[in-house]
Design a protein. Sequence first.
Length: 328
Amino acid sequence: MPSSVQCQLCPKGCEIAPGESGECRVRVNIDGSLRCVSYGRPCAINIDPIEKKPFFHFLPGSKALSLATVGCNLHCSNCQNWEISQQDPGVAEAYEAPPEKLIDLAKRQSCKSVCFTYTEPVVFIEYAMDTAKLAKASGGEIRATAVTAAYVNPKPFKELCSCLDAVKIDFKAYSDKFYREVCGGSLKPVLKAMETARETKAHLEIVNLLIPSLNDSEKDVSALANWVKSNLGAEIPLHFIPFHPDYRMRELPGTPAATMKMAREAGLAADLHFVYVGGNFIEGGSDTFCPSCHKTLVKRSGFAVIANEIGSAGKCPKCGAAIYGVWS
């Protein structure tokens, strides 16, 4: 008789009985082995500007073939993609798209990258890694990126990041209470995952969605900014984005402009080089400035790049300072 199997992918360590899945819904015990049943079966495929992820220091102005399968190992009450992240495989409509097809589609649509996003790439890690390896084999024609909450064990995450060109980590809150009560997770593994990503060659950016009364205090925002500076480096871009009511959190108001302004000031006070604010709350809040001479290097409007003065060498044209990122 097949026995139960413990999943080693994320900190939840689900003990999975034969024929059953873990909390993520897509990793199933089949004959005593764990299988990702969403492999090659994306439920969403779109072409997005890379800025929508948001990546601001990775091939600005380029297009990304963005995709997701169903499933997630977190259960955030504010999830904007809950229809697919909290869905069972076989229920949501899916497409047949093995890794080879994704790379071919990205090339045909003039995309510079594929991006695993919308849900949680960690739960379909085999599919993401196989696609990323094919992207690397393209000789730089196609890059591989991921948008992840990074609730994952260090070893598999290091393996994933080592295949990727860029990683954006969706950091929920500098609060274990928030992770437990709102997301069904915990803080410490995510902090470790961010350090793990930084140890690899993958480009890294961090984003924090600010939810009124839950994770938007100046104390929490400053703690995150200072942690990024101390543990990842001042050059790592930190994005703050506003909340809008969704899923099981429709009773809260959207994030006010004052909170977004506070977050930007807290990031700059921590001496971070690149602090971004979404939602058009602050003039220049999505622009990139040289940390040395303060020249405007990339001008943005929404997800569109209006002007980009950073050349392929990744340096400020005025003072010659190196600007963290992947620019060509």
